[in-house]
Design a protein around this ligand. Structure first.
Ligand SMILES: [Zn+2]
Length: 309
């Protein structure tokens, strides 16, 4: 449980911080030099990292940032930062076969600008070759859902922005007197301006429509990934090997139910989780596990409050 181990350590650290600096990374597959970002310590507080909105997807930095998902602009190899550095050479021939079937996102000069949906879809295919444990797949799907949900919210905001511009334009058009419009048609430059203005209106309508379609698509895909994360969590809850970390798994299952708009099922999972004590003898000492247990209780109570709102 790599992520959980890190989280346990971080919760006991007084200060950790996040920043992204420029770096050049040679692709382990095609040897192209890529301009990527590397994580470094700065002056951000622990609160920002573990008490930000991503906690409701149980997703944490660096996975909350687009910079953490590297994607070679030459061959399309797409993996999270550490996996990109540590990929086994033996796996490369198999990965090359997969890369042939993954279309390279065209027209991007910066890997951060490639939509997360495209990058995560590519990464998923590559990770299927590399293999991941149940908990890491669960984490992957939560990261997938988190980014798509966030991008769908941005698309929704764009729909609203375009609609507001259209409304303003309509109000403005209605304020024109018919006399002015007739008059304006006699003057080519002004008439041209009005034509352009109408074209702009249609363009905004088209833009609003396209943002709406993007929002719908991303929402649907986010939901799909929430369901996959939920299935992983449920599978692990039923597995006796994960008894000591069941509290965390119940939290995750409840969180996914919440995002899937099943508040009653979410609450049921959260209440069960609250009654359990977290421990993780392989990766955490007693104090770390106690800290993590406390953190989970805080999240559970916060989520329960959210449901009642
Ligand atoms: Zn490459």
């Amino acid at each position: 449980m790599r992520m959980i181990f890190c989280l346990g350590m971080l919760l006991l650290s007084p200060l950790l911080a996040i920043e992204w600096d420029d770096t050049i990374v040679v692709c382990p597959n095609c040897k192209a030099a890529n301009n990527f970002k590397k994580a470094s310590f700065g002056q951000h507080s622990l609160d920002q990292m573990y008490y930000g909105p991503s906690k409701f997807h149980y997703v944490f930095w660096p996975h909350t940032d687009k910079e953490s998902l590297y994607s070679c602009l030459d061959c399309g190899l797409t993996l999270f930062m550490m996996d990109f550095y540590n990929i086994s050479q033996e796996k490369l021939p198999e990965i090359r076969k997969i890369l042939k079937d993954i279309p390279l996102p065209a027209g991007y000069r910066n890997y951060v600008d490639i939509p997360m949906y495209l990058k995560l879809s590519s990464a998923e295919k590559i990770y299927q070759t590399l293999g991941k444990s149940d908990e890491l797949w669960g984490e992957f799907y939560r990261i997938f859902a988190y980014h798509l949900e966030r991008d769908s919210q941005l698309a929704k905001k764009k729909v609203q922005e375009e609609k507001t511009k259209l409304d303003k334009k309509e109000k403005h058009s209605n304020s024109h007197s018919p006399a002015l419009l007739t008059f304006s048609s006699l003057f080519r430059p002004l008439s041209k301006y009005l034509l352009a203005d109408n074209a702009l209106g249609s363009m905004r309508q088209a833009k609003a429509q396209s943002w709406k379609e993007e929002n719908d698509f991303l929402k649907q895909e986010a939901e799909k990934n929430c369901k996959r994360a939920l299935e992983q969590a449920q599978k692990m809850i039923a597995d006796a090997r994960y008894t000591t970390t069941r509290k965390e798994l119940l939290f995750i299952a409840g969180a996914m139910q919440y995002h899937l708009k099943n508040p009653l099922k979410a609450e049921e999972n959260f209440q069960k989780a609250l009654s359990l004590q977290y421990s993780n003898p392989i990766y955490m000492n007693e104090a770390q596990a106690q800290g993590h247990n406390q953190y989970l209780n805080e999240l559970l109570n916060e989520f329960l409050k959210k449901i009642k709102e």
